[in-house]
Unconditional design. Sequence first.
Length: 278
Amino acid sequence: MPASDLTAKSLAASAGLPLDVDLIRDQLAAKRLGTQFRYFVAIDSTNSYARRLAEQGAAEGEVVIAESQTQGRGRLGRHWVSPPNVNLYFSIILRPKLPPAEAPQITLMAAVALAETLEWFLPVPPVIKWPNDILVDGKKLAGILTEMSCDAEGVDYVILGIGVNLNYPLDLMPDEIRQRATSVFALSKKKISREAFLRRLIQDLDRCYGEIQGTGFAAIASRWESYFGLRGQRVRIELLDQVVLGTAQGIDRDGALLLEDDQGNLQRVIAGDVTLLE
Ligand code: BTN
């Protein structure tokens, strides 16, 4: 039997029951998010589907969730491995009243909410790797993909997509990610109720989103800082057209990464791919 068939069989054996969306919805205490759930057994990408819904005028708070994705996407066009029934893959439609320049705050807000939820389920606190990764021991546990549509007037919608490796056994991860990924199960040695996790995460997102709508990112900046794993660390950042080396200093009030480069200049990085140097 080919190795890929074996992995598919083992994954099926280790996969839990399908998500019970009623269980999430019935006990959800959230003001804005989780107003409606659209559940799919398989989908191309929850972000793509949510985007289509938003284009058709869907309201803020709708959640698109799938057991598996055939074209799960990460930042920079990367593939997000999305096997069925073990993890969480979902996207929420947001219509924030923010100028487009402040929209990156949504990613930072989501990282805080995700880290706060994960702390309940993990033996060690997670770390935020700017801008959108959640790591433990340098290995990726969850990722955030925000996609925005805006015009000169403001933001029309933001699709907040989140993938969490929850009950995914390390030995069933494909080679392409096994060395650099982890899961809540691998860290806690416990199978987690996906419904309980997602309910808590939507509630934490709802609360953090409410906080930044009220007073901006400043409201949660100190919590973001407490999870920030790069301060004082040497990093390599791939920008669109160049690579910069330096020491990460923190973020500014708009959520840009502050980097002291090797020439001693303070640079403000809005978008880039960060690698931690040993
Ligand atoms: C990253 O780490 O680069 C972001 C990964 C985001 C993955 C999630 S899974 C649900 C949603 N749908 C997608 O296609 N991507 C996001």
